[in-house]
Structure formats: C-alpha cells, structure tokens
Ligand binder design. Structure first.
Ligand SMILES: Nc1ncnc2c1ncn2[C@@H]1O[C@H](COP(=O)(O)OP(=O)(O)OP(=O)(O)O)[C@@H](O)[C@H]1O
Length: 281
C-alpha cells in the first residue's frame, strides 16, 4: 500500500513548550491507524498541523502527493519572515483547501453549527463542492434547485450511513452526545474524503455506542477511506487499529501492530504500566 499522508520532521512550538518534536509517520491508503499517547503528548497539535489548522514551526506534510506544509528555507527563518510568507499562503495550505483535496476531520470538542439543523450541518459541508455559479445561486435557477435537491439526497444518504436515526430537522444541540458525534462524522464524510481524522471519537460514549462506532469506522474503511484516530480507550484502539503510532512528549516512541506496540517497553513506561496492570487483571 502506498503512503497517502507523509509527515516528516514535524515540529510545533508554543513559546517554551515543544508540543510536537520532530514527528515523522505515514498513513497508507485505506488503513485504520490509531495515534495514542498520554495526555499532552502532542496528538491534537499534530492533527492540527496536518489538517492545516496550525502552522508548524518546522517539517513537511504531504497528502496525496500534494504539500500541505512545506519546509521553510532557513534563510526566511533567519530573516524572521516566516509568518509573513505563510500569511500570504506560501509554504502552507488553508484547512478549506485541505478538505477539498480529500482530508476531513472531526474535533475533540464537537464543532457542529449549533444554529443549524442536523440536515443543514451536513449539506453545508457539500456546498463547497457545488459547481453552481453566482447568478444561478442568486436566482435559484432550475439548475441550482436540482443541485440543491441532489445535495439534500446525498446528505440524507450520509446520515443513514452513520446510523443517524433521530429527526434531521432538529438543531444539533437538541441531540444526545452520541448522535452529535455521528452527525459530525456524516458531515466529514459528505466532503468525500480519502482520509478521515477522528479526534477522540469515543470520548463520552457508553459501551454499546463504542461498539457501534467501531462498526462504523470499519464501514468507512470499507469505502476505501483511510481513518486515523486519536483515542484514549485502549480496548477500542487494540481491537480496531491495524497500526498504532505512539507519541510521548511530542516524539514518536513506537509505530507498529497493536500486539507489538502493547509489549513495547517504551510504551509501557510512557503509560506508567497501564498495559501491564491491564494484562495482569
Ligand atoms: N494552543 C496552545 N497554546 C499553548 N500550548 C498548547 C496549545 N495547545 C496545546 N498546547 C500544549 O502542547 C502540548 C501538547 O498538547 P496536545 O493537546 O497536542 O496533546 P494531546 O496529546 O492531544 O493531549 P490530550 O490527550 O490531553 O488531548 C501540551 O503541553 C499542551 O499544553
């Protein structure tokens, strides 16, 4: 399998804190990869750099052959011009473009549009790909109305795909937490991604909801979409992931199959023996 995402020597600094410290890893097409690590290990920071939300201090990110973040030549750094160049779009790509290229994500703290209905939350994600022009949109021409109707049909299809069973006209804030998570995943899928990043998708879910989530993630992979998830639920990670990347203090300390990672001494040490005690019980 070829690499869909290549992260090289990624580094992100917040003042004196190095959140990501020379991280390199790959995501292959159609795989389920988990990124784990203790609290504050740099997982979300890495996701934010990969998806274009944060500008890393150094390193490169290539997705589907296209550079999302390019290494900035040292000369610009020395001249203190990095921020200026990046604000003009040099050496980086904005999140909206990253989404168009085929990378979608969800957030640790849900980021749905609170003032929109469930259906609108999903159709909004597809509007970016609508090819209708300014006048047809303004005048609501038959062509525009047909495109809108197709959008609604597709959005309903994605809600169905994720197993959403509530009323699509409800505001998302009226839904239980588990359903909101499903809507967020449906919205991400509606952008037709090749790669889906899920930041703690199982947080706040009960046992049954976690089982449903695992089935859903496998179903997504079945579409040929690669899934990378940050997750603290080790039971879920060990059962679901085909490969695991482990971070600690912003650095990768392991990359391998769940069984190997579980036995890796550096990983056990990072988790202060959590696995050992789990195995013993
Ligand atoms: N916006 C920010 N400003 C300053 N420091 C930050 C910011 N975001 C993260 N950090 C710091 O960077 C480090 C890595 O944080 P990050 O949230 O990426 O870790 P994480 O592995 O995702 O943690 P968790 O599992 O708790 O979500 C931490 O020391 C954190 O305090």
């Amino acid at each position: 399998m070829s690499a869909l995402l290549e992260v090289r020597d990624l580094r992100l600094q917040f003042g004196g804190v190095t959140a990501v410290d020379g991280l390199s890893f790959e995501v292959r097409e159609g795989e389920i990869l988990a990124v784990i690590g203790p609290n504050g290990a740099g997982k979300t920071s890495a996701f934010n750099c990969i998806s274009g939300f944060y500008l890393p201090t150094a390193g490169s990110v290539v997705f589907d052959g296209k550079a999302i973040v390019r290494a900035v030549p040292a000369i610009w750094r020395r001249l203190g011009l990095v921020n200026l160049l990046q604000s003009f779009g040099f050496y980086r790509v904005l999140p909206s473009r990253v989404t168009k290229w085929g990378m979608a994500r969800t957030f640790q703290n849900l980021r749905l549009f609170r003032e929109l209905s469930v259906l609108e939350n999903v159709t909004t994600a597809m509007h970016a790909n609508l090819r209708e022009g300014f006048w047809s949109t303004l005048l609501h021409t038959p062509g525009y109305r047909r495109a809108e109707a197709a959008c609604v049909r597709e959005a309903r299809g994605w809600l169905d795909f994720v197993g959403f069973e509530d009323d699509e006209q409800l505001y998302v804030t009226q839904l239980p937490y588990g359903e909101q998570r499903r809507v967020e995943i449906a919205r991400a899928l509606a952008t037709s991604p090749k790669l889906l990043l899920l930041d703690e998708p199982a947080a706040g879910l009960n046992f049954n909801e976690k089982q449903t989530l695992m089935r859903l993630i496998r179903k997504i992979r079945g579409l040929g979409v690669a899934v990378v998830l940050i997750e603290h639920d080790m039971g879920l990670v060990m059962e679901l992931a085909e490969r695991i990347v482990v971070l600690n203090y912003g650095k990768e300390i392991a990359d391998g199959a769940p069984e190997d990672v579980k036995r890796n001494p550096a990983v056990i040490e990072a988790y202060l023996g959590v696995y050992e005690s789990e195995d013993a019980s």
